[in-house]
Design a protein around this ligand. Structure first.
Ligand code: 5GP
Length: 194
């Protein structure tokens, strides 16, 4: 998605050799106009998947999931990373190791919001090692529903997550795929000479 790549080039900050900070439009401040475009693109790419529900994880996946859900006319549920006193009902739970925080969270979703026989589209902001997406897929499996696709805003293709999810048989669509960070600059997959 060219517009997204342009914003990453202009506003992205590379931290170390593996992390990209895009807090001016996705991870802290959110650009709703760009997020609408992102949602439309996901809706286009998964138009034939028969999606009945979108599942994401708090917090940075919510904006993209929300606009995609709006376009696809389905509800969006976000899995929680921390237990809330308000969640005193039955939950599905899985453990997810956070790449950026280097901690393992018990990720939960209320059973009443993730029923059986749903066709679920998983959406997240970044794909690194695939822990978050695999965890969400595990929640869907527990519910007796099906993952019909995984939509990622920014995939870091030099990490293992994309390969892991595709080998698992999931249809993964990433709107921007990063091949490498070279001298603090983002290099997209299409720009790399094969
Ligand atoms: P994974 O679970 O695929 O290893 O990592 C994806 C999760 O970690 C995403 O939910 C995202 O919040 C976070 N993440 C991974 N890499 C980055 C990154 O380079 N930048 C930011 N902002 N978040 C990242």
């Amino acid at each position: 998605m060219e517009l997204l790549k342009q914003r990453i080039r202009e506003e992205g900050h590379v931290l170390g050799d593996k992390v990209l900070k895009v807090d001016s439009f996705l991870n802290h401040q959110i650009d709703p106009v760009l997020m609408m475009e992102v949602g439309e693109e996901f809706a286009r790419r998964f138009a034939d998947a028969g999606v009945t529900k979108i599942l994401t994880i708090e917090s940075s996946g919510i904006a993209a999931a929300m606009t995609a859900a709006l376009k696809m006319d389905v509800k969006v549920v976000f899995a929680r990373k921390k237990k809330s006193a308000l969640m005193n009902e039955e939950v599905y739970m899985t453990k997810v190791h956070s790449f950026t925080k280097n901690e393992t969270n018990e990720v939960t979703v209320l059973k009443k919001f993730l029923g059986a026989n749903e066709k679920v589209l998983i959406i997240d902001d970044f794909l690194a090692n695939g822990e978050a997406a695999m965890g969400l897929a595990h929640l869907v499996e527990q519910a007796g529903s099906e993952v019909v696709g995984i939509g990622i805003v920014i995939e870091k293709a030099f990490q293992d997550g994309g390969k892991r999810l595709r080998q698992h048989g999931f249809k993964v669509e990433s709107l921007a795929r990063i091949a490498a960070f070279t001298d603090g600059q983002v290099q997209f997959v299409e720009e790399c000479v094969q």
